[in-house]
Design a protein around this ligand. Structure first.
Ligand code: PLP
Length: 437
């Protein structure tokens, strides 16, 4: 039953904080996607999180499906992570020297992952991908890289060309400040299009260092690729002696412990992870075969470094997180709970003939305003989708449900969402959909 719009939540304190933050930070934020520029109202300033809930500065409580944009697969303030971090912090917070904790997290990853023999920790996904690109160039002695329209790989120069995430949200998919000569080294092609990549390899024969793709593209909507296409990418890279880089900053440890590479059954040459491996603290990582990684300094000539890389507190959060994820039925339970949740939302929308599709894999979902079952890019959704998303976002906030503030971004279900909260969220989503359509 359509209950009509709910009154807006109070944002008095958030608005006050936002006025202040605007005097300190461009747009009042330290990362543009937080700015609520394409949804209703001022950004919410978050005060605390616990389990699947967050509370803002005005005391509004939300069931959170953003999860800090993906890292919080165990929910907020997970006691096991908190305890491990607190324990490690007693011994100091940074040494700029090796610690046993780095070995511990590396062992958890490498022993349970077919795709990396050696790894290097960084402090963000951006650094991990930027370094993976440099490694591919250093290893092959070539300059060009191929990336896909709408894929976001962090904010390093050569990857801010036709990118997703905040760039697509704000309507300008390439960044000012990237020298033309850098951007020229990046060849951008559409997803799921074999002809386009064949043409690129023909045109730039023997000059392509790497093809980089998000394991499952999730920054411009969720654009799940055909398995045959990913296998084709693997093949064409091998034939051309170019490396295949799987950017698994979102999908790594999200769709399964071995990420999208295992889902598709292919072996990338370099893999990047981030988000989840830091359990909410800043960690990124890239890894490859021992042969490829031998090119990284100090053994090899590809320079890459970081004052806080492998930071003990961040390693502790990663260890506590991956230890939980490595338990036998973790992904089965999480993914089936999530799939049930989205399936019932889809059933509701389909029964009412709403032009609305939930694209989903594992515990990732994307609400798309379209009646197409399969889309090639986020351009395929209805023209007024972002207006519809804006209404939906507002109605959901007013019903205690928090989605990331962009219709191009995906949502995440965490292990902390119980059936009770998912039921509550579903009811709110049904009401919001009735108001949108
Ligand atoms: N790669 C992908 C696929 C991402 O989704 C992101 C961030 O959302 C990044 C790289 C960059 O990671 P970070 O924001 O930690 O620098």
């Amino acid at each position: 039953v359509n209950t009509g719009s709910k009154p807006d939540i109070s944002r008095v304190k958030s608005a006050e904080l936002y006025e202040k933050s605007k005097t300190y930070f461009p747009g009042g934020v330290n990362s543009p996607v937080r700015a609520f520029k394409s949804v209703y109202g001022t950004p919410l300033f978050i005060e605390k999180g616990d389990g699947c809930f967050i509370w803002d500065a005005d005391g509004n409580q939300f069931i959170d499906f953003c999860g800090s944009w993906g890292p919080l697969i165990l929910g907020h303030n997970n006691p096991k992570i908190r305890e491990k971090v607190t324990e490690v912090m007693q011994n100091g917070m940074s040494f700029g020297a090796p610690t046993a904790l780095e070995n511990e997290l590396a062992e958890l990853i490498i022993k349970n992952n077919r795709f990396v023999e050696k790894i290097r920790f960084t402090s963000s996904g951006t650094e991990a991908v930027m370094s993976a690109i440099r490694l591919a160039r250093g290893f092959t002695g070539r300059d060009k890289i191929i990336k896909f329209e709408g894929c976001y790989h962090g904010h390093s120069d050569s990857l801010l060309v036709k990118a997703g995430s905040g760039l697509v949200t704000f309507g300008e998919t390439s960044s000012a400040g990237v020298p033309k000569s850098f951007a020229e080294e990046t060849i951008v092609i559409p997803l799921n299009d074999t002809t386009a990549i064949e043409q690129a390899f023909t045109q730039f024969k023997d000059r392509v260092a790497a093809v980089i793709i998000e394991g499952i593209p999730a920054n411009n909507g969720l654009i799940i690729q055909d398995e045959e296409y990913i296998k084709f990418l693997r093949k064409i890279c091998t034939e051309n002696n170019s490396l295949l880089i799987f950017d698994e900053v979102i999908t790594g440890f999200r769709v399964g412990f071995e990420g999208a590479a295992a889902h598709y059954g292919i072996t990338p040459d370099i893999v990047t992870y981030g988000k989840i491996i830091g359990g909410g603290l800043p960690v990124g990582m890239y890894g490859a075969s021992a042969e490829i990684m031998a090119h990284i300094s100090p053994d090899g000539g590809v320079y890459q470094a970081g004052t806080l890389s492998g930071n003990p507190v961040a390693m502790a959060a990663g260890i506590a997180t991956l230890t939980e994820l490595n338990k036998s039925s973790f992904y089965k339970d999480l993914n089936s709970k999530s799939q049930e949740f989205v399936a019932s939302i889809q059933r509701f929308a389909t029964a009412r003939n709403y032009k609305f599709k939930v694209f989903t894999i594992g515990s990732i979902f994307w609400f798309a305003f379209t009646d197409k079952d399969k889309i090639q890019s986020a351009d395929d959704i209805d023209a007024n989708s972002m207006e519809k998303f804006k209404i939906m976002h507002r109605e959901l906030l007013n019903r205690g449900i928090y989605l990331g503030p962009s219709g191009y971004e995906v949502g995440f279900v965490s292990a902390a969402h119980t059936k009770i909260e998912l039921e509550k969220a579903k009811r709110a989503i049904f009401e919001a959909l009735d108001l949108v359509f």
